[in-house]
Design a protein around this ligand. Structure first.
Ligand code: SF4
Length: 311
């Protein structure tokens, strides 16, 4: 029973993260849903899974169902108080509704982060996750640092899950926080151009950040936030298994290389993270502010191209 409740809670939290205002549950009564949110519900996980009916037009955007494989740890549950059930909505539209009254679950009160579980997965639990979808699934409800309270979306990362090249940036900005995607906006467009110029177009690489949630006001990541979020990045590297990593900006380079040397001292030298070559260079957002660094980034990308060709 608690597994079914966890499943429903996680699903609702994910839909809230994706911006859904409400969710129609076609095959369950209000009593079913209320029961699932209490401790004595008579609904099984199987029937719950079959009955959930998200908007088909957005189904491809929904996070993949969590695997039940060995080692997978489910994120904690949201508070039942954050979920409200409205049985007054009647519909005669939509496949299978049959004009009956169906329950809707309002997600509006599930403020991302605020209603996230208090504990979340531990670093060891994250590092034990077997597949990228499970890591993503866990990150989408992550409460491991204070940024959970201010983020709009968790920006987990995207791209070819078996890419030879991994791009690691610093943290989501306003555009990324709004869209849930890494490296969009002006800096993202510049990154796309830089990658294309060295024969590694965006759709051929895997892109993520050190932090998965936006620091308010685009301030620098705090050390405790980097530490809390590091297991996700470590696991992404382990599961994608890139042959070369492009580290854009100080925080990406410092996190991967365990140093606090300036970018000026890091770039142009050989580095590796767990045996994977790392090319540190300036962040595209910094490049937009300092056009004089274009030559340095160009040189770093040529170095990247040569190393990628040998890898
Ligand atoms: S920044 Fe990372 S550790 Fe902090 S809440 Fe977001 S996903 Fe969790």
């Amino acid at each position: 029973m608690s597994e079914a409740r966890d499943l429903l809670g996680r699903y609702l939290r994910q839909r809230a993260e994706l911006g859904d205002a409400e969710l129609v549950l076609e095959r369950h009564s209000t009593a079913d849903v209320r029961g699932l949110l209490s401790t004595h519900a008579p609904v099984t996980r199987t029937s719950l899974t079959a009955g959930l009916s998200p908007d088909p037009s957005r189904a491809v955007d929904a996070p993949a169902a969590a695997p039940a494989g060995r080692g997978y740890v489910r994120p904690g549950r949201p508070s039942a108080e954050a979920l409200s059930v409205d049985s007054t909505r009647a519909t005669g539209e939509g496949a299978g509704s049959g004009g009956r009254t169906i329950p809707t679950v309002t997600l509006g009160e599930m403020k991302p982060g605020v209603d996230a579980p208090a504990r979340g997965a531990t670093a060891d639990e994250i590092l034990a996750l077997p597949v990228l979808d499970a890591v993503r699934d866990t990150a989408l409800g992550c409460p491991r640092c204070g940024l959970a309270k201010t983020r709009r979306h968790v920006v987990f990362g995207e791209g070819d899950p078996s890419a030879d090249v991994m791009v690691v940036g610093e943290a989501p900005g306003a555009d990324e926080d709004a869209s849930g995607r890494p490296f969009v906006g002006r800096a993202g467009k510049l990154l796309d151009l830089l990658l294309a110029s060295v024969g590694s177009p965006r759709d051929s690489v895997y892109i993520c950040n050190v932090l998965k949630c936006r620091p308010p006001g685009n301030r620098n990541p705090a050390p405790d936030e980097v530490e809390a979020c590091s297991p996700y990045l470590l696991k992404q590297v382990e599961l994608v298994r890139p042959k070369v990593i492009l580290a854009f900006g100080n925080f990406a380079a410092h996190t991967l290389l365990g140093t606090d040397l300036s970018m000026g001292k890091l770039r142009g030298k050989d580095h590796a993270f767990r045996g994977v070559p790392v090319i540190p260079t300036y962040h595209p957002a910094a490049l937009l502010r300092n056009p004089g660094w274009v030559r340095a980034v160009w040189d770093d990308l040529q170095r990247f191209r040569a190393i990628a060709a040998r890898a």
